[in-house]
Design a protein around this ligand. Structure first.
Ligand SMILES: O=C(O)CCC(=O)C(=O)O
Ligand SMILES: [Mn+2]
Length: 200
């Protein structure tokens, strides 16, 4: 594993996962999932997304960026739930709260190509990822595109902290293992990534 990558399998127990999904249902009603498109090409992502927090990550023909409002409703993103802030404070090792929580929803066929999270000004803060629902095959590489990669299965309740050298490493989701969890009513997977965007 890359230095600075910390893996906490089953960090959230079944109750905590259910409560989080319940909370997310409310926030997604307020800030609906949307389908981002790739800059320039306009090709749609296979995941649908929304955000929580004072800033949210969006991608459209103009590029990738953080913005304070939902691209379709133009309303501010809902607040990051307390349980996620507590998790960040407990495991991030970073002394300021996250500003963004990207919510990715993967249906059975969705995936995410290898990329680096590099739209944040503060890359000294880790990115903290929470997996809910069906298991995903997560692929982790090095700092350069085309380098050696390895895979890790992320199951419901798993937490991954990408800090240190791993913070700017390539990663993505190869595929979702359908039917591996019963947490979400209609199957699929939710991934939450907590991010610090601005320098404190
Ligand atoms: O779904 C995942 O586990 C990873 C998501 C991700 O890398 C991202 O949203 O930038
Ligand atoms: Mn990422």
């Amino acid at each position: 594993m890359q230095p600075g990558l910390r893996y906490y399998p089953g960090r959230l127990d079944a109750d905590a996962q259910r409560q989080l999904v319940e909370t997310l249902r409310g926030t997604v009603a307020e800030a609906p999932l949307f389908t981002p498109v790739m800059p320039r090409t306009g090709r749609p992502f296979t995941v649908r997304m929304t955000n929580l927090g004072v800033l949210g990550w969006v991608s459209d023909r103009e590029g990738y960026r953080y913005q304070p409002t939902h691209p379709e409703t133009a309303r501010p993103w809902p607040a990051i739930p307390g349980a996620l802030l507590e998790l960040w404070r407990a495991v991030s090792g970073y002394h300021h709260d996250p500003e963004a929580c990207l919510v990715n929803f993967y249906n059975g066929g969705a995936k995410m190509g290898l990329h680096r999270d590099e739209d944040e000004d503060d890359v000294s803060a880790p990115v903290l990822s929470v997996s809910l629902g069906d298991t995903a095959v997560f692929r982790m590489g090095g700092p350069e595109r085309g380098g050696k990669t390895e895979t890790l299965k992320l199951a419901s309740g798993d937490v991954l902290v990408m800090g240190g050298a791993s913070r700017l490493c390539y990663h993505g989701i190869d595929r979702i293992l359908q039917g591996t969890s019963t947490l979400l009513k209609d199957s699929g997977r939710i991934n939450l990534t907590l991010r610090r965007v601005t320098r404190p």
